[in-house]
Design a binder for this molecule. Structure first.
Ligand code: SF4
Length: 193
């Protein structure tokens, strides 16, 4: 078989540390005490349910990311859902036209808290090469975005890297954040009550 190098600058990933490390705390004979936020974060970050909002070519890269070679389910994201009410990670992939903006926003609003958003690729992040009258110049004009993945299209490695950045955010997020004034102010800046 022809050897294939997928990444000429391969990095060694510390998967055990990224996924399986227990939160910091105090342990002893038969007990372990830690913060509630850390336990909830550990559970949430390893059981994200993505909603793929794919409108064009970046969606094809996402298909490759989900397929057996890259296998996003290794990160606990096996269950891709198409109902916003069941998902907590909105992955926006592709060119979003201005007509599609309100639809995207509606999907975001139908997701329950806590919810996170990744803009995958140049089009979702900034409009990409389509600097035209009809294309939204970045989805952060209509909804808040947590992680941007660069590329046109981004390779599956880049999508996985963006997913792992989301996992970092999710794992470190306080359970009180969504009730805080700062988060409410962020939503208010988008006209969301
Ligand atoms: S960023 Fe590039 S690959 Fe992705 S949807 Fe836009 S044009 Fe297609």
């Amino acid at each position: 078989m022809r050897p294939v190098r997928f990444n000429i600058n391969a990095k060694t990933a510390n998967i055990a540390e990224a996924i399986g490390a227990p939160p910091p705390g105090f342990g002893g004979e038969g007990f372990f005490a830690t913060k509630m936020s850390d336990v909830v974060g550990l559970a949430r970050k390893n059981s994200l349910w993505p909603l793929p909002f794919a409108t064009s070519c970046c969606g094809i890269e996402f298909m490759a990311t989900m397929a057996s070679h890259y296998d996003l389910s290794r990160f606990g994201a096996e269950r891709v859902g198409f109902s916003p009410r069941q998902c907590d990670l909105l992955m926006v992939m592709g060119t979003i036209s201005k007509k599609m903006g309100p639809v995207l926003r509606q999907v975001y609003l139908q997701m329950a808290e806590p919810r996170w958003v990744i803009a995958v690729g140049a089009c979702a992040s900034s409009g990409g090469i389509f600097d035209t009258y009809s294309v939204l110049q970045g989805i952060d004009q209509v909804i808040p975005v947590d992680v941007y993945v660069p590329g046109c299209p981004p390779r599956p490695e880049a999508i996985i890297d963006g997913f792992m950045r989301i996992q970092d955010l999710v794992g470190q997020e306080s359970v009180r954040r969504r009730n805080g004034d700062q988060y409410k102010a962020l939503l208010n800046s988008y006209g969301i009550e």
